[in-house]
Design a protein around this ligand. Sequence first.
Ligand code: TPP
Ligand code: SF4
Length: 290
Amino acid sequence: MNAPVFQAKDYKSELKPIWCPGCGDFGVLQGLYRALSSIGRPPHEVAFISGIGCSSRIPGYTTAYGFNTVHGRSLPIAQGVKLANPELLVVVAGGDGDGFSIGGGHVPHAVRRNMDLTYLVMDNQVYGLTKGQLSPTSPRGLETVTSPFGSLEEPINPLLYMLAYGAGFVAQATPADMPGMTALIEEAIRYPGFAFVNIQSPCVTFGEDDQQLKAHKAKQKSLASLGHDPSNQLAALDLARSYGTELYTGVFYRNPSPPPTYESLVKLRQTEQAKKARPRNQILDAYLQK
Ligand SMILES: Cc1ncc(C[n+]2csc(CCOP(=O)(O)OP(=O)(O)O)c2C)c(N)n1
Ligand code: SF4
């Protein structure tokens, strides 16, 4: 077998991660480097877009283009980047707080618009960067600095959200299974449309305890080993209901007939309009003729 054109180390920047020792995000970053190496796109053809949080530091740790944006706004900015340059491979990364609290309102619109983006959420069930407050995925009863007697709220279910909004690719992974997680990231990136991977990435400092990776290893059940057919959306919805109790890893749903992406429809519209050559399209025509 030929060596990959770009190796994992080619995507690694000189900036040293400042995550706490043992943080799950280290594993996620390694998996990302490896997935990118398998895909083989050069770093300058890749862009990482994130919000704010420990996990949102990822763009700085890669040699790809990167934009560490504002809290909860990674998806709108990533969509702008993709639309401006559809040739870029755009990966969006961030935490459960960034994605499902402050950024939660953007999720359904990003999903229904269906751009070719990969959204990786490092779900650690707390706000890590701001020192361990309750997050939207914190389990009921979790004691945090903002819930010292235990959370009274039901967590949201990111897998069900994404499936219900109509995402074409929905998966879950854990860095406790590095080969499995790497393969899922690669598959999500290759999916031609909006793809979501919920990565159970423990916060060893403010999370439930510092042994979660070990617990994940023992607890995880691969959907493939259960005989799940990822083209079966109803079965995916049913399995996703176990978020928080079971740790299912693998592809919950992959649309067997992916619909056109938003950027491909925009391109089509631009071409049609240019053909009509109405005066109001002069600027667009000039742009297309460049
Ligand atoms: C508008 C705004 N509100 C609040 C904050 C403070 N803040 C920064 S990161 C963060 C939450 C981080 O949690 P999460 O997104 O789950 O990422 P993690 O650090 O756990 O990886 C908050 C509340 C901010 N930076 N900007
Ligand atoms: S606070 Fe938690 S999420 Fe942030 S770097 Fe430390 S272990 Fe990771």
